[in-house]
Ligand binder design. Structure first.
Ligand SMILES: [Zn+2]
Length: 61
């Protein structure tokens, strides 16, 4: 039985058998990209995007 799917990251056809340790991704790179996505979302919840301090600390000349 050959199980195939498209890699969720690069959409390349990838095998889902146990010799592919990065399944459902095609490669380590794509699995890391997906991991990075989750880590990114996690961080954006914990730590809101930085804003410029200009509005909080107006400079007077
Ligand atoms: Zn891929």
């Amino acid at each position: 039985m050959i199980t195939r799917a498209n890699c969720p990251i690069c959409n390349q056809t990838t095998k889902l058998d146990k010799c592919n340790e990065f399944r459902p991704f095609c490669s380590e790179r794509c699995s890391l990209v997906d991991l990075g996505k989750w880590v990114d979302e996690k961080y954006s919840i914990i730590e809101p995007a930085f804003s410029d301090g200009d509005q909080d600390y107006p400079e007077t000349h």
